[in-house]
Design a protein around this ligand. Structure first.
Ligand SMILES: [Zn+2]
Ligand SMILES: [Zn+2]
Length: 162
């Protein structure tokens, strides 16, 4: 394994635990896995329900309302201003006039226009989360479904937070 591969692996692990701007992982409609489709949009692999993380919500709003300021975006989308500020700081959102600064993907080092990762690495990162969610779902079906626990061993092991 090269240094770069090791670094990428380490970064991916860190990201798994990072707050992903409220990424929808489990479909609220049917309990299926929400699959990342790009720019903050997710689609349930079972029922096709669409979902957005905070980035997707803010981005959609800004696309429809060019020139919207931070306070307006926060108010209209329900995304915390702090998250919007972080996204602007990471250059994931272009509320400020766009610059010509080029950056490098933190995982593979390719040149990118904004954000921290190139589209390929970001997608790979989301595939990891989906795979993790799928494994957790298979191991503990009752914990992820909206139905009440079946009362089998699996249900006892899983502590419901809600
Ligand atoms: Zn669904
Ligand atoms: Zn990359």
């Amino acid at each position: 394994m090269s240094d770069r591969e090791m670094k990428a692996e380490q970064l991916r692990k860190e990201l798994m635990d990072e707050d992903n701007y409220n990424r929808p992982t489990i479909c609220p409609e049917c309990g299926g896995i929400m699959i990342f489709r790009g720019v903050g949009e997710y689609k349930c692999e079972d029922c096709g329900n669409l979902g957005y993380d905070d980035y997707g919500k803010a981005r959609n709003y800004i696309e429809q309302h060019p020139g919207a300021n931070m306070a307006e975006v926060a108010k209209e989308t329900g995304v915390p201003q702090k998250s919007i500020r972080d996204m602007v700081k990471e250059s994931r959102l272009e509320i400020a006039p766009s610059s010509n600064v080029f950056m490098r993907c933190e995982i593979c080092g390719t040149t990118i226009r904004y954000g921290r990762f190139c589209a390929k690495c970001e997608t790979a990162h989301h595939r990891d989360i989906e795979e993790k969610a799928r494994k957790a779902k298979n191991m503990n079906l009752s914990g992820f479904s909206l139905e009440k626990p079946s009362g089998e061993d699996g249900a006892k092991r899983f502590k419901r937070e809600a």
